[in-house]
Design a protein around this ligand. Structure first.
Ligand code: ZN
Ligand code: ZN
Ligand code: ZN
Length: 326
């Protein structure tokens, strides 16, 4: 948040003449956020207040002191006040009728919730009905240490970075809570959800904005001069593709690499190509089609790749931002 964020943070009702305790002047650092979630009582206070936002109208989410203390289950009023005071300002605001959570507090609770229920360290599903974009064989969905992958059951796959098992076709970081027990219970749905999310995020990055924090993101073409995918992912660049896009958020460093086409499937003529293949939502099939489109690196002044689509030859220039030339 910027230094003037408190200006935009004042609730609507402030205009109606209600009074508020003075917001603490000092902005909290990320380290302070970890200190908040590292304490059980403080986290419990945020959870109770967040719960209230989820069930109530925005005007009704203020919780009186005693009710809040009882809901948290802290008998010692002095100890409870101490922890509540630590949260005032950045995470919680004091209103005449009680306490309400602020947006950064909500974000903290969401982070804890989404990361909370991680599945086992690694697991692989039975083969699904989805198919490999390189060889057409069935793919399994795998979860390893925070990453969900599509894994080909027959060919060496498209990605050969460190520690990736043979057959890896994608490797997408996903908070454990979103995976749950779906590797066993609903592998196809998990595969679609995770790759659909990847496609959405790749498009947002493709438009120059970070899907995580909204900061500016910069894209560059990652070309492989000695590309050799004849026996699986190239040992030089780690992928089966002659070029990928590396994108990084200038603010929060979120980013990674993506097949170029995945970042522009919402732009003409790629969106028409997707529709022409009968794909009208973003899931594994949209990912597989755009990752599998044959491409070649252009030998020219600007870093670019070319695709041959039904609409003709299309050039994708990746030079800080991403442009499509026809
Ligand atoms: Zn395959
Ligand atoms: Zn960011
Ligand atoms: Zn290579």
């Amino acid at each position: 948040m910027s230094d003037d964020a408190t200006l935009g943070d004042v609730p609507d009702s402030a205009a109606e003449g209600e009074t508020y305790d003075v917001v603490r002047e000092d902005r909290q650092s990320p380290e302070d956020s970890f200190a908040v979630v590292g304490n059980e009582t403080r986290l419990a206070i945020l959870r109770v207040l967040h719960e209230r936002v989820a069930v109530a109208d925005r005007t009704e989410y203020t919780v009186p002191f005693t009710e809040l203390r009882e809901a948290v289950g802290e008998a010692d009023s002095g100890k409870f006040s101490y922890h509540l005071n630590q949260l005032l300002g950045e995470f919680v605001e004091k209103r005449p009728e009680g306490y309400a959570i602020r947006y950064p507090g909500t974000e903290l609770v969401r982070t804890v919730k989404s990361g909370a229920v991680a599945p086992t360290e690694s697991a692989v599903s039975e083969p699904t009905t989805a198919s490999c974009y390189l060889c057409g064989a069935p793919v399994s969905v795998a979860y390893t240490n925070g990453y969900v992958s599509a894994q080909c059951t027959e060919c060496p796959g498209a990605l050969g970075f460190d520690h990736m098992p043979e057959g890896t076709l994608s490797s997408i970081p996903v908070p454990g809570g979103a995976v749950g027990d779906d590797i066993d219970a609903a592998p196809e749905a998990l595969l679609d959800r995770v790759h659909g999310r990847f496609c959405h995020r790749a498009r947002t990055f493709g438009d120059g904005s970070c899907p995580r924090c909204g900061g500016p993101a910069e894209s560059g073409l990652r070309e492989c001069p000695d590309h050799d995918p004849s026996e699986g992912p190239c040992a030089e660049c780690g992928t089966s593709m002659p070029a990928t896009v590396r994108v990084t958020c200038e603010v929060c460093s979120e980013g990674g690499i993506s097949p170029p086409a995945c970042m522009v499937t919402h732009r003409a003529p790629f969106r028409e190509a997707l529709a022409g293949a009968g794909i009208d939502d973003l899931g594994y099939d949209a990912f597989a089609l755009s990752a599998g489109w044959p491409m070649r690196v252009v030998d020219g002044d600007e870093p670019a790749v070319e695709y041959d689509l039904a609409a003709g030859r299309v050039r994708v220039v990746v030079d800080g931002d991403i442009r499509i030339l026809r």
